[in-house]
Design a protein around this ligand. Structure first.
Ligand SMILES: *[C@@H]1O[C@H](CO)[C@@H](O)[C@H](O)[C@H]1NC(C)=O
Ligand SMILES: *[C@@H]1O[C@H](CO)[C@@H](O)[C@H](O)[C@H]1NC(C)=O
Ligand SMILES: *[C@@H]1O[C@H](CO)[C@@H](O)[C@H](O)[C@H]1NC(C)=O
Length: 377
């Protein structure tokens, strides 16, 4: 009866080995169904695990980059990480989830992903005896950035807006939208270029008309990485060229009033120079005021000319200066006209020349009205 314990031990031993071979052998390495997508700079997990679930704590796990040439990314063996042959670009950026190994989870964590990390990675478990000892994970790396909007001048009755966004990968789409989300017809297709790092920059112009809100959005979208960035701009009313024509209208009105006032004062001057009720010095003052008003109208016209020219580049400072000059000149001209009309009015009152007196009063109110309109705008 000496052989029985020995053969029993053998039997048990063979049974144990076969059971462990069956369990180890039947587990397979599985990766994600789809490619893994991330953005440059982020941390990412490349999934890889054993199915059915057995511990990988004592196995040899090898993560390799497959293209353009095979590179060691991460190696785990004899129960610990063993990264002496790791490629320098992955140094201190890779790790396994050690507490997850017992659940058969051998996913790789990669930190601070760069665009050049994109590619195929192989997760390989040498210790397995099954057919499926490895799986391949595709890593796709994108890059995004916030678009920047600037005002690029005027065209016709509209304001030209420019949207620029660099640092994208892959190449994105760029669109202009109004405040209700409707896509606006842009001034041509987007201009694109690629920088030395392989990132895309996109630029697109749009000419917008004045709206209730004057709010416009530039949207940059990359479908493959499912990322969208938007920037909104509010274009102030006064930048729209329609305002110029209001000023032109006011100036024409001011010029008409000015001409009427000069005609009257010239008539007065010729007719009443002999009269000492109305001293000549006062008439001199009126003529002086009218000359000042004429200068004001000329200055205002120059301002309006500057405004109405469709200067493409650098429109901002010129536009501001033109607007200020125009408004000041229009204000001065209207003010001086009111003053001269007032002086003539006083004189008329003293002469009791009723018809001309009422006309002058009317003129006076018109100029005051013009003053108000100018100030209100
Ligand atoms: C693996 O099995 C353990 C229990 O043994 C369980 O807690 C865990 O959720 C399983 N993991 C997976 C990935 O199925
Ligand atoms: C493996 O572990 C990581 C980290 O805890 C987790 O995010 C991932 O979902 C796990 N994978 C599986 C298949 O359980
Ligand atoms: C702006 O108005 C003009 C004419 O009124 C029109 O042709 C143009 O399409 C409009 N632009 C936009 C972006 O709606």
């Amino acid at each position: 009866m000496k052989t029985f314990p020995t053969s029993a031990a053998w039997c048990l031993g063979i049974l144990f080995i076969s059971v462990s071979l069956i369990t180890t052998g039947s587990s397979e390495v599985v990766g994600p169904a789809d490619r893994v997508i991330t953005l440059a700079g982020d941390d990412i997990i490349l999934p890889c695990s054993l199915k059915p679930n057995i511990s990988a704590e004592d196995m040899l796990v090898e993560w390799t980059r497959l293209n353009p040439k095979a590179e060691n990314v991460h190696l785990y063996r004899s129960g610990r990480d063993s990264n002496v042959e790791q490629v320098p670009s992955y140094r201190r950026r890779t790790s396994l989830f050690h507490e997850e190994l017992k659940n058969g989870n051998v996913s790789l964590k990669l930190t601070r992903v760069t665009l050049s990390d994109a590619g195929s990675y192989r997760c390989f478990i040498l210790t397995l005896t099954s057919q499926e000892k490895e799986t391949t994970v595709q890593l796709f790396v994108g890059a995004v950035s916030q678009p920047v909007i600037s005002i690029d001048g005027t065209k016709g009755w509209g304001v030209v807006l420019k949207c620029e966004s660099g640092g994208w990968f892959p190449e994105p789409e760029m669109e202009w939208l109004d405040s209700s989300g409707t896509i606006l017809p842009a001034d041509g297709p987007p201009e694109r270029h690629r920088d030395s790092e392989g990132l895309y920059a996109v630029r697109r112009h749009v000419t917008v008309n004045q709206t209730d809100t004057n709010r416009f959005t530039c949207r940059v979208h990359q479908q493959e990485i499912n990322h969208l960035k938007e920037t909104e701009i509010h274009v102030p009313d006064y930048l729209f060229p329609s305002r110029y024509w209001l000023i032109v209208g006011l100036l024409i009105a001011a010029a008409v009033v000015f001409l009427a006032a000069s005609a009257i004062s010239f008539y007065m001057w010729i007719k009443y120079t002999e009269d000492d009720v109305f001293p000549k010095s006062l008439l001199g003052l009126i003529v002086g005021l009218l000359i000042a008003a004429a200068v004001g109208v000329i200055a205002a016209s120059a301002g309006v000319y500057m405004l109405s020219k469709h200067i493409k580049d650098d429109v901002f400072p010129k536009l501001q200066v033109g607007l200020i000059v125009g408004l000041l000149a229009a204000g001065a001209a209207v003010g001086l006209l009111a003053a001269s009309a007032g002086v003539i009015g006083v004189y008329m009152w003293r002469k009791h020349t009723e018809g001309i007196y009422y006309f002058t009063i009317l003129l006076y109110y018109i100029t005051i009205l013009l003053c108000y309109i100018t100030i209100l705008h």
